[in-house]
Design a binder for this molecule. Structure first.
Ligand code: GCU
Length: 332
């Protein structure tokens, strides 16, 4: 009997040990909780740098109660999959495009309607205005995760394998778009969109499955898409925000004092990220140009005409979208 009790005791100790190592830091202090953040681009991306700075400050201000680990380069999974993990509570945080949130609440469509922001400054004013607070709160109540910071991802432009002489040359070509119905609709109106995850784009262009993609200069360069599609055209059709998203399951484990630090530092990281963005675009262009890319202007009018009509149709379908749309435009 005594032997059985000892064995049982040892078994319980092993189990307890397993539990600890799951939630504590690699150092095994037992008091440090690890926060993993999934990120689908590289460590030199402005969003990574802003998030790292947030992480360092958070670790410091919570005096070692947390360790922030950012898993870059889409190592964990695509944005869509990491968002599902955050929703299910198996991952603490991720950064995703607001386009992916449209699959959970269609009101998110309005945050990235084509040509809805006039400039980076306009977008920053909108992000800081609280215009999205109500929507984020609704997500918090309904989805099991919460957007906690909104970052810029600049303006998206089209890039192609073959050179284009006029916008009409786009006809019949296929471009990768994000996995969002509103982006597929937009590209169908303009062209033919093929939804896929970010990580698949390079190979898809290389293999001729698509003729190109559309993205900001930073991602274009960071993921070396210029190697397979060297012609970059300033269509500026979208400025899709990215959001840092946290799991409610994880947030519920955090004491109020730490939650306050967490939210404050993430708020501050928004402005840091905007500051880093402009330089990031310059660096990205230089890298891509050195790798053979050319950046050209293109007549935006045909894109704008199609997109404005689509915007009108979209906001007419939903009162809450219309309200957010009006707030965005009021700050233009
Ligand atoms: C941008 C954005 C990412 C997104 C990507 C995409 O780079 O910052 O969050 O994943 O576009 O096109 O998928």
């Amino acid at each position: 009997m005594k032997k059985l009790m000892m064995l049982l005791g040892a078994f319980i100790l092993v189990l307890a040990g397993c539990g600890l190592s799951d939630s504590s830091s690699a150092e095994g202090s037992g008091d440090t909780q690890k926060i993993t953040i999934a990120f689908n681009q590289s460590e030199s991306h402005p969003e990574y740098v802003a998030l790292r700075e947030f992480g360092d400050k958070f670790e410091e201000e919570t005096e070692g109660r947390y360790q922030v680990d950012i898993q870059a380069n889409e190592i964990l999974a695509s944005q869509k999959e990491t968002l599902e993990m955050v929703q299910g509570g198996t991952l603490e945080m991720t950064l995703v495009s607001t386009s992916l949130l449209e699959n959970f609440d269609s009101s998110y469509i309005v945050l990235s309607l084509p040509y809805v922001y006039d400039s980076l400054e306009h977008q920053k004013a909108v992000f800081e205005s609280g215009a999205f607070d109500e929507l984020y709160e609704k997500t918090n109540q309904e989805q099991g995760f919460t957007p906690v910071a909104t970052y810029t991802a600049g303006a998206r432009n089209i890039y192609t394998k073959e050179e284009l002489a006029t916008p009409e040359d786009l006809a019949g070509k296929k471009f990768r778009v994000m996995e969002s119905q509103s982006k597929v609709d937009m590209m169908n109106a303009m062209e033919v969109g093929t939804p896929m995850a970010q990580g698949e784009v390079y190979t898809a262009i290389q293999q001729g499955i698509i003729d190109g993609g559309e993205n900001n200069e930073v991602t274009y360069s960071d993921l070396k898409h210029y190697e397979v599609a060297p012609n970059y055209y300033y269509t500026k059709h979208l400025m899709v925000p990215d959001v840092v998203v946290v799991s409610n399951t994880f947030m519920d484990t955090m004491i109020a004092e730490d939650q306050e630090i967490f939210n404050r530092l993430l708020d501050e990281s928004v402005s840091t990220e905007f500051d880093l963005w402009t330089q990031g675009v310059e660096d990205a262009k230089a890298t891509a140009e050195a790798g053979g890319a050319t950046f050209s202007e293109i007549d935006k009018t045909p894109f704008q005409e199609v997109c404005y009509a689509l915007n009108e149709e979209t906001i007419a379908t939903d009162e809450s979208m219309k309200a957010i749309y009006d707030q965005i435009r009021a700050l233009a």
